[in-house]
Design a protein around this ligand. Structure first.
Ligand code: AMO
Length: 433
């Protein structure tokens, strides 16, 4: 990755380059002065390299004189030396020139090396430092692959990427969880989901659309699974029902796991994660309820699953489970009632390692059924005029889903707190940085 300051990332250096002069640049990760030799560990985005200055050399003098504190930004010119004992790619660098690109003028709030563990709140308060930890780098390397993989599967399957508004007039996922904003003379809200707009795109004849969008949830609970601003990866497809949408979701998730395994092998190793290929089990809500009941959990038809239920279902059935055909009473108003049983609707959730990561449904495309469903939830149909009217003007059957980026990242990377998987998380109390 050459630039004006360097020729290579340190991970690109190897024993086959023995004797080659290179320029590398990054941060001082550690310096150890053991009398005759000074060891400097340089860290860049890709990993660590060992720079060694032997006694009596100009670079030894330089390194000692400079007394470089950790996290100083430096560039090194030097020769690659093969060393089979080096744990840094089997090489070390013998420097001929060392430049400080920016000395530290303020103290670093915690140890980037991880030798002294730092509290998550301190790390998040100083995310620009936390991102230098190689574990954090790996989480976001993996997140980048997830996004790329989603886009590439969607495009290959004939979906077009669209943008939808973040400022909206009404709720889609339940009225209480909205952030209100002043919008000139009106009150508007931050979107909880691109739901209505992705549907309108399909009604508009786009047939297959996808999007990656920030959404906002004013949920008051403060847990390790919830954020107040998240990123959703959404799809909507025309002339399709929930089973078609589930098939597409399975394909997307399988491809994400395969792509992460392939492209992020080093990151997974660093995080100590072994990703299973994983079969995705499908089960109806009714069967899932009886499964829980027969395993000693008391739950009745019509009750939504809680965290304990979700964990238990994955424990009993497999790492990845799609539960489908929930009771209408516990799903969003746009979920299509099932033709055979009006009490249930064509909706579904995907659970991964005990956590809901995705949710979707076949949508109601019939205006009268839609009005009934909105009213039944105590919502005012007049707030949805533009939406309901669209279904009077030639709306095909359609279905779709949303996959939560941070939750999926969390389960793939093995993080125990969702805040680790949002670069600048927004929770009940955090608005900074
Ligand atoms: P839902 O509200 O279930 O469905 O959201 C979809 C997915 O988004 C993630 N998610 C969250 N992650 C962290 N913190 C939160 N507060 C949070 N809320 C949601 C989850 C969840 O599965 N419009 C529908 C989807 C559809 O039917 O197309 C919707 O938004 O991973």
């Amino acid at each position: 990755m050459d630039t004006s300051y360097r020729d290579y990332y340190v991970s690109e250096l190897g024993p086959e380059m023995d004797g080659k002069e290179v320029r590398i640049a990054g941060w001082v990760h550690e310096v150890r002065n053991i009398g005759k030799i000074v060891f400097l560990i340089l860290r860049d985005h890709s990993g660590l390299a060992q720079v060694i200055a032997k006694e009596g050399t100009a670079s030894e003098k330089l390194m000692k004189e400079m007394n470089l504190p950790k996290e100083s930004v430096i560039a090194v010119r030097g020769k690659v030396k093969k060393n089979s004992e080096s744990k840094y790619n089997g090489i070390e660098i013998e420097p001929s020139e060392l430049m400080v690109l920016n000395p530290l003028s303020s103290q670093i709030p915690f140890e980037v090396t991880g030798k002294v563990p730092a509290d998550i709140e301190v790390r998040l308060d100083n995310r620009h430092i936390d991102l230098r930890r190689l574990e954090t780098t790996s989480v976001f390397n993996i997140q980048s692959t997830i996004l790329n993989s989603f886009r590439s599967t969607a495009i290959k399957a004939g979906f077009n990427e669209i943008r939808t508004p973040s400022i909206v007039e009404a709720a889609t996922e339940g009225g209480a969880d909205l952030f209100g904003i002043n919008y000139f003379e009106k009150t508007a809200f931050l979107a909880q989901s691109p739901q209505l707009y992705k549907q309108l795109a399909v009604v508009g004849g786009m047939d297959r659309v996808f999007m990656v969008v920030p959404v906002f949830r004013a949920e008051k609970h403060n847990t390790v699974y919830h954020l107040n601003e998240i990123t959703q990866m959404d799809m909507e497809m025309g002339f399709a029902d929930h089973n078609d949408a589930i098939a597409m979701l399975k394909k997307v998730v399988k491809n994400i796991l395969a792509d992460v395994s392939k492209r992020n092998a080093d990151d997974l190793r660093r995080l100590g994660i072994e990703l299973k290929k994983g079969k995705i089990i499908e089960i109806t809500y009714k069967k899932a309820v009886s499964k829980l009941n027969s395993n000693g959990i008391k739950i009745e038809f019509g009750q939504d699953f809680n965290r304990e239920h979700e964990e238990m279902l994955c424990g009993l059935l497999g790492e990845m489970v799609v539960v489908k055909e929930y009771p209408s009473s516990i799903r969003a108003f746009y979920s299509m009632p099932n033709q055979k049983d009006k009490e249930i609707c064509n909706s579904f959730d995907m659970l991964y390692k005990g956590l809901e990561i995705s949710s979707g449904a076949q949508r109601i495309h019939l205006p009268d059924v839609l009005i009934q469903s909105i009213t039944a939830r105590g919502l005012d149909p007049s707030n949805f005029d533009f939406y309901i009217n669209a279904f009077r003007q030639g709306a095909p059957p359609h279905a779709g889903w949303s996959l939560g980026l941070e939750r999926l990242t969390m389960k793939i990377t093995g993080m125990s707190n969702i805040r680790e998987c949002s670069m600048f998380p927004r929770d009940r109390v955090r608005l900074k940085p």
